[in-house]
Write a protein that binds this ligand. Sequence first.
Ligand SMILES: *[C@@H]1O[C@H](CO)[C@@H](O)[C@H](O)[C@H]1NC(C)=O
Ligand SMILES: *[C@@H]1O[C@H](CO)[C@@H](O)[C@H](O)[C@H]1NC(C)=O
Ligand SMILES: *[C@@H]1O[C@H](CO)[C@@H](O)[C@H](O)[C@H]1NC(C)=O
Length: 382
Amino acid sequence: MGFARVIFSGILILLILNADAVKVKDLPPCKFKAIYNFGDSNSDTGAISAAIFPRQWPNGETFFHKPVGRLGDGRLMIDFIADRFGLPFLSSYLDSIGSSFRQGANFAAGGSTIVPQNKTIAESGLSPFALNVQVFQYNQFKARTADLLKDKKYSCKNHLPKPKDFPEALYVIDIGQNDIAYGLRSVSEAQLLASLPYIISQFAIQVQNLYAQGARTFWIHNTGPIGCLASTLLSIKNPPPGFLDEYGCVKSQNDIAKEFNRQLKNIVIKLRADLPQAAITYVDIYAAKYGLISNAKQQGFVEVQKICCGYHKNGIDVGCGGILPLPNGTQVYGAACEDPSLYISWDGVHYTDAANHWFANLLINGSLSDPPIPITHACYRT
Ligand SMILES: *[C@@H]1O[C@H](CO)[C@@H](O)[C@H](O)[C@H]1NC(C)=O
Ligand SMILES: *[C@@H]1O[C@H](CO)[C@@H](O)[C@H](O)[C@H]1NC(C)=O
Ligand SMILES: *[C@@H]1O[C@H](CO)[C@@H](O)[C@H](O)[C@H]1NC(C)=O
């Protein structure tokens, strides 16, 4: 009987939550005046280009018609999110030229991890701007904004947010892929799995730090199916039976991503309890990406294994936009395909404008969200 009551109250709670989610949709949309984004190359709009080395052509060719610091031929999911709110695309915090931070800032940097880094980018291939550093930068940005707004002589105030915009902003976080990718190339899969709780704990600390600074609305992306990245699949010759799934993705790698996501979702549930004024949405990006990969043909795309930009033939691999001199004096160029809109994978790791647009359509209307509310209503705690 005790058991029946547990089941019964479980059902009741579900109904109440659903009712809340339905009610929330009837409330007026949130008026986010700014977006602050944290992450890796999936949402870097210029950090690595500004701070370390420029992204080269043909990145940006489809939408911007020039390289604009993003890895991809066009827009990233964060661009579609900004667009949804009528906000301009986010300037990278590190970009000192031509930037406006009036409506937010982007702290994401390609190659960034959740866990703090001690190695240089040359040693590890990882960005020095791990999530803890991105949050330090945010703290500095916020403090400096407050200072400059008080400074009578400072003349560029219209490039800064208003102090009251900080708590009312949308805080987007999309990070974790490099923690997994680096783990896959440096330790065993078992060791990587064992380190996930540490990685997730570092994530939680940074959400708490942002909350302590006044952030209230969090929109947290989980990690994608890393075992489906075309660059990984390139190097796999004669896989043993069962190594790949029915869509040609590395099963064990996707299992690690799924376990990361399970733990991320659990920490989000805990953070909701610990941070009473936070509205935290967990967004299933994995489902969107795997959904497209497993339905590529029906959705009008070529398989994820086909890379639009780069040269990968006869054992020669040249990255997107790269040039490789050959011993006989000729060279190979990592050119882009004719029609990127047919491709899911842009360069083997990053997605095309068309794929990101497809993901964003699901992301924005709440199809991937827990609780199941659209991004326009993310400020309501259910
Ligand atoms: C970096 O160094 C600190 C202090 O020595 C250590 O606690 C941490 O685990 C190191 N991080 C990495 C990613 O190696
Ligand atoms: C140079 O070498 C590449 C790779 O072996 C080959 O495909 C190409 O035809 C060669 N070009 C000339 C001019 O010999
Ligand atoms: C969201 O949009 C997608 C794609 O446009 C559509 O398939 C889906 O049914 C929509 N979901 C909701 C909850 O409106």
